[in-house]
Design a protein around this ligand. Sequence first.
Ligand code: PMP
Ligand code: GLN
Length: 380
Amino acid sequence: MKIRSKLPDVGVTIFTVMSKLAADHGAHNLSQGFPDFDVSPDLISLVEHYMRSGHNQYAPMQGIPVLRERIAEKIRDLYGADVDPESQVTVTSGATEALFAAISATVRPGDEVIVLEPAYDSYVPVVTLNGGTPVYRQMKYPDYRIDWDEIGDSVTEKTKLIILNSPHNPTGKVFSTDDVAALKEIVQRNGLLIISDEVYEHIIFDGAGHESMLRDPELADRSFVVSSFGKTYHTTGWKIGYCVAPPALTDEFRKIHQFLTFATSTPTQLAYAEFLQKRNVYLELPAFYQQKRDLFLDLIRESRFKPLACQGTYFQMLDYSEISDKADAVFAEWLTVEKGVAAIPPSVFYHRQDDHSVLRFCFAKKDDTLKKAAEILCKI
Ligand code: PMP
Ligand code: GLN
């Protein structure tokens, strides 16, 4: 039997492809974004504690109340926003589920959705599944500036939604207050909804602040803000995230979430609820990752790879144009197979495979992993 594909142009994600290639060839895996160092033993003990004390059955569909309260407290603390945990916070199985539910709750056949490229690969397939039309606009290489005039000119009467991501994967670009002001003018003028992917909200460098949509009541009023504990607590395999949205949007979001996964892991939610009280863990994360970024940059300084600016996330873009004129996907494969360092080719994040001769390297790795990978890069 065969079925007609609903996503004929979609293959296996680049993260799966590159991680497998890295494993098959014993390469240092700086491709897929996940830490290779350990999770806090205290956090692991908390999960074990809740498992052993009988918290192993379904959680409430919306998420465990104490976790939603702690999320709301963190948001009040960091972004000065008053969010009602009961009607505005939903715990999900990772940010990926939250993005799926938010896009599915809003997009109907014929709706246009503005997507900034390079775009994290899970947005567009969901727009397509819901019959929406992605309208692509590119951040401007090499500094990945957003041309807001161009975005404003892209709006038609069919435009429903804009999908945003700051700190941005794969470029490391972070919104400035000017970006947010320009965005606000456009969404207000045109009555647009926002999905704001803020999974790297705690990984931001050089003293910059995170411009969450939640900081501005008028933007928060039209936004689904999505985050993920995976990035903050080095636990990408636990797949817990959340979505914050106004009550009317949350109602529609939960109609999808309840049939997508219903609820997410109970002992893990309870553990995070307790662990979230240790504010230092996320407050110290920028310094922790800035040190990794700077170490990696220092280690490759003598190489022929040239770094682009990285203001946030745990990804560093490196320009390899002095080394090769191969397409980025070809160069990434060669680097993995022949040299033993895996990275992500950013052309996969563009609908027309734009290629600037750069690769994305994940520096959420032990210093030793970074040293070994950098040693190889320096010899190329
Ligand atoms: N959005 C962005 C920009 C990401 O980089 C990721 C990946 N980790 C996700 C969403 C998905 O997050 P999660 O693993 O919590 O589903
Ligand atoms: N977000 C991670 C990255 O960008 C990968 C997530 C995944 O593998 N789905 O590398």
